[in-house]
Design a protein around this ligand. Sequence first.
Ligand SMILES: NC(=O)c1ccc[n+]([C@@H]2O[C@H](COP(=O)([O-])OP(=O)(O)OC[C@H]3O[C@@H](n4cnc5c(N)ncnc54)[C@H](OP(=O)(O)O)[C@@H]3O)[C@@H](O)[C@H]2O)c1
Length: 295
Amino acid sequence: MAVLGPGGVGGLVGALLARAGHRVVCLAGAETAGTLRKDGLHVTSGRFGAFRVPVEADTELREPAGLLFVTVKETALADALERVPAAALGGGLVLPLLNGADHLGPLRERYPAEQVAAATIRVESTRVAPGRIEHTSPFAGIELAGRTVPRERLDHTAALLREAGFGATVRDDETALLWDKLVFLAPMALLTTRYGATVGAVREQRRPELLALLDEIAAVARAAGAAAEPGEVLGFLEGAPGSMKSSMQRDAEAGRPLELDAIGGSVLRAAERHGLPAPLTAEIVAELRARTARS
Ligand SMILES: NC(=O)c1ccc[n+]([C@@H]2O[C@H](COP(=O)([O-])OP(=O)(O)OC[C@H]3O[C@@H](n4cnc5c(N)ncnc54)[C@H](OP(=O)(O)O)[C@@H]3O)[C@@H](O)[C@H]2O)c1
């Protein structure tokens, strides 16, 4: 199997699958690929322990992979896909673990639609240096779906992920799968980044704005096909540790590109498609876009 983008998510996936005995090829830039070939993947994790595992690495997929995990950020997706020519993929299943709701379309244009599943991952995992992964959440759960993919293929993939240590479930509805994640992630990412504040600070100091944004995004998610309940989403956010930061916020702090289009842009495009107003989301996205254009 292959992992395109062996970072926080991809490095953990690749390492656990390699540890479970699978042949794993990590696809990355020349420098990272060289480091991985030499040193393998190093993981520190409260749940999975500290371990090092050898992996193969290359800058391009050169032979069919039964399973291709796409684990780059959305901002790097178009460039990264150049490393996986459709002809090289063969009959492999593509499993994108990116956040956002709009990446399946481009993937299904590039690869056969019946080979591109939908998936989300619930984890906190960071690439602290090339090949060095710190997994800090007590959980690591993957959900899969795919209206274009045969169910038995999804079931087989979920079983393989469980054997490697992940929680893994197959769901029936890919739209609900993606939006269940986005409806929780988008308000948290947008507000923590807007105010440079932790989840706890947003909950306490920006509560009216948080509630308004939740309502707005949950309405869009429902129109898109998810059973999004603002009260339920708020319950999740109330349960998150107060000190938690979103990865968009950490990207902003580090001066890295933001997944603003994948997260805020997906909400705005769906709002437009369904004729719903999303003025607060639009205001925050525009503000963050202007900020990143200036920096
Ligand atoms: N991290 C989490 O806890 C988490 C949780 C849930 C969802 N997600 C989502 O998962 C996705 C990946 O996030 P992440 O945190 O794992 O990102 P990340 O740590 O930044 O890892 C991205 C990886 O992609 C590689 N990359 C960048 N451009 C590339 C290219 N053109 N070709 C090949 N590889 C390339 C990077 O290589 P280098 O190592 O050389 O920089 C890096 O290894 C995002 O959509 C994110 O929102 C993340």
